[in-house]
Design a protein. Structure first.
Length: 312
């Protein structure tokens, strides 16, 4: 009952070797690694092949560029059905040496969990600790919808649909799933430019909860090549994920209510951030910039109170 690990790699030669080594350094040895070279124009394929020759647990698939969702789906299709768990690791992230062991132990302790995930540590292009908005790790405090309100989620409580509906917790490289539940949840949706992983976790969480391990299990690398640095695209993708989840076949009334509340609380949070920026700019005498931030804040507030039909 080992772990199938899939890495979808596109022009990843700079960091891929370190990512693969983080897999090979795991404290458990029962794993397989499928690397999908997604039409890279650099030496990604060569790096991957070098490791496959060194370690027979590593296999490489070469294909024309299709995008990360389709590449992940291809990688999963190539995994062995006798492996009871699966994980999708980004090509520039680093697993902690005991990540697989810790997450598998969590799943053994909680047979009702469909998956287990932990925290991430931010690192820069040189693998040095990095502070993002004043913190070195994520998620800090998880929040979720409880009744009509957004509540702080206890560290001892699992991650549920009510948590994920509010925020796309960054955990792609730090989540192990039971293979059977992953197969029920289905493939990553290639229609998303971003957020295909969050969409997957939302669908998975409808099948059961995700055990939360309150410790760092991987390092998330922030660098100029990160696709998640495109802020406008992120905002559009987050809305797109919520919209498609709301209209999903089989979503019950309570789940739709949670999706709507998650969206509204997220908009109120964005309004608060904009107001804070406006006050800072105002204090510095940047009147027009402050006015622009105030206007953006009001747009978020208006969005938070719209009728459901006008949102989704």
């Amino acid at each position: 009952m080992g772990v199938s690990i899939v890495i979808a790699a596109y022009n990843s030669e700079k960091y891929l070797a370190a990512t693969i080594e983080s897999v090979r350094s795991q404290t458990i040895e029962d794993w397989e690694l499928i690397i999908v070279n997604d039409g890279s124009a650099d030496k990604t394929g060569e790096v991957a092949e070098t490791f496959s020759q060194m370690d027979n647990r590593i296999r490489v698939v070469h294909q024309e560029n299709t995008g990360i969702a389709t590449a992940r789906n291809r990688g999963f299709a190539e995994t062995g059905a006798d492996y009871g768990y699966c994980m999708f690791l980004d090509s520039d992230d680093l697993l902690e040496p005991d990540a697989l062991e810790i997450l598998l132990q969590a799943l053994e302790m909680d047979p009702d969990a469909v998956g287990a995930h932990g925290m991430l540590r931010y690192i820069d292009s040189e693998s040095k600790p990095l502070s993002i908005n004043g913190t070195y790790t994520s998620p800090g405090r998880r929040r979720g919808i409880q009744g009509r309100w957004l509540q702080v989620w206890p560290a001892s409580s699992p991650t549920t649909f009510a948590v994920l509906a509010y925020s796309p917790i960054a955990m792609t490289s730090g989540l192990i799933m039971r293979r059977a539940q992953k197969e029920v949840a289905g493939d990553f949706d290639p229609r998303f430019k971003l957020g295909e992983d969050w969409h997957m976790w939302l669908r998975l969480s409808r099948l059961g909860h995700l055990y939360f391990v309150n410790r760092v299990v991987f390092s998330y690398r922030r660098h100029e090549g990160n696709i998640t640095r495109r802020r406008q695209l992120i905002r559009e993708s987050i809305f797109d994920v919520r919209k498609r989840m709301y209209s999903s076949i089989g979503l019950n009334v309570e789940e739709k209510r949670i999706i709507v509340l998650g969206y509204r609380y997220c908009e109120l949070y964005r309004a608060r951030v904009r107001f804070s920026k406006a006050l800072i700019k105002l204090s510095r005498g940047r009147l027009m910039d402050a006015l622009s931030e105030f206007q953006e804040a009001m747009l978020h507030i208006i969005s938070s109170v719209k009728r459901v039909s006008s949102i989704f």
